[in-house]
Design a protein around this ligand. Structure first.
Ligand SMILES: Cc1ncc(COP(=O)(O)O)c(C=O)c1O
Length: 392
């Protein structure tokens, strides 16, 4: 790992950490800010949570809005993308026979939320099968649009898929579906901090994203953006004081989302600090951070493909800061946690933290590497050597 950047994180020096994608990793400077906020909260909880919280949350939402090119008033903080997806799917009403469209690359938890919503209303989940490997962005667009019918009511799509690390053609799909009168719920769990975003120009009905992954905020920081015309139809999972508030100085959406019961809001409040700290790590700011991580993911992928003698799964333009590389099929059963024995061996024998993903289904599998500022090519070389030894 890069000694220059590594010193900003408290990552275990014994571990080669190639899985920023699963849960992120928060720089120590941001965690210190969170500790200060928590100390301030606990020194006078009522002052903090009752009288001071509103302007603090407003400032954090507006800083996040500036980062996402969105109006901060159209954002609600939630604790993770799972909650963002559920908030939308459990607010919407469907008719029997309505079709809820998604892809076979959708994240399992979000797919479960879609199945749950569909079964509640008698709607039907329609799954577009995407090509794998994939030759072009257009192939992905075509595969999804081929499954749109007059009964399609919603598209749920990852902005960056979890298991295949593909950047999905979200702007193209949002536009094409809006032309057909269909809204899109974008599961952007990985996108903020990995891809440049403009939620304003994207125009998606619903967009949820994590701040605790690639934006490097503390865990428990995420957002839900709802286009203004759709906000009356969306309620947080926890109804609280906002529902019957008589205030007229802020929207019902704001009143509903800004207080959902007592919890520790320090992760939300650290988002501006995470934007500042990460954006300050390279002279070119955030565009340079994203470009550097992208270049490293591509270089790691090229090296691993060469060492393993395999072709890349997709064109470079569909890669962000994570990449997958094909592995020979597994020969042993997954363990009770669903982990491939190779995944376990990489950690136990080599102290390399990297997911081995059974995809499209076991025994087929690939490895997914993440690239964050603290990673260096030497990390991926270690992985290549370990794989060569374990797969021999
Ligand atoms: C595409 C996608 N959606 C949703 C999630 C869930 O994120 P969280 O656990 O923060 O809700 C993940 C996590 O990796 C993901 O990759």
């Amino acid at each position: 790992m890069s000694a220059t950047f590594r010193s900003h994180w408290g990552l275990d020096p014994e571990v080669t950490f190639l899985n920023h994608g699963s849960f992120g990793a928060c720089p120590t400077e941001v965690l210190r800010h969170q500790a200060d906020l928590r100390a301030r909260m606990e020194s006078e909880p009522v002052r903090f949570l009752h009288r001071e919280i509103e302007p603090l949350l407003d400032a954090a939402r507006h800083a996040l809005g500036a980062f996402l090119d969105a109006d901060g008033d159209d954002l609600g903080f939630v604790t993770n993308a799972t909650t963002g997806v559920n908030t939308v799917l459990r607010s919407l009403r469907f008719e029997p026979g309505d079709e809820l469209l998604t892809t076979d690359h959708e994240y399992n938890a979000s797919r479960n939320a879609l199945d749950f919503a569909a079964s509640r209303w008698g709607a039907r989940v329609v799954v577009a099968t995407l090509p794998w490997p994939v030759a072009s962005k257009q192939e992905l667009v075509d595969a999804v649009l081929a499954r749109v019918t007059p009964r399609t009511r919603l598209l749920l799509i990852d902005h960056v898929s979890s298991q295949t690390a593909l950047i999905m053609p979200v702007p193209e799909l949002v536009r094409a579906l809006r032309e057909r009168g269909v809204e899109t719920l974008v599961d952007g769990a990985h996108a903020p901090g990995m891809l440049p975003l403009s939620l304003r120009s994207l125009g998606a009905g619903y967009y949820t994203g994590n701040c605790h992954k690639w934006l490097c905020a503390p865990k428990g920081a995420a957002f839900l953006h709802v286009r203004r015309d759709l906000q009356p139809g969306i309620k947080p999972l926890a109804i609280s004081h906002g529902l019957n508030a008589t205030r007229t100085d802020r929207s019902q959406f704001r009143l509903d989302f800004d207080w959902t019961g007592t919890h520790d809001p320090s992760a939300f409040l650290c988002v501006p600090e995470a934007v500042r700290v990460m954006g300050g790590m390279l002279p070119g700011g955030w565009p340079a951070v994203m470009a550097s991580n992208h270049a490293k993911a591509l270089a790691a992928r090229a090296m691993l493909c060469e060492r393993l003698g395999v072709a890349p799964h997709c064109p470079d333009e569909l890669v962000g800061s994570m990449a997958t590389v094909a592995l020979p099929p597994g020969t042993e059963a997954l363990n009770p946690l669903g982990l491939d024995p190779l995944h376990v061996q990489l950690f136990e024998r080599y102290r390399i933290e990297v997911p081995v993903v059974p995809w499209p289904r076991a025994p087929q599998r690939h490895i997914r590497v993440s690239a964050q500022l603290y990673n260096t090519m030497a990390d991926y070389q270690r992985l290549a050597e370990a794989l060569e030894a374990l797969l021999r």
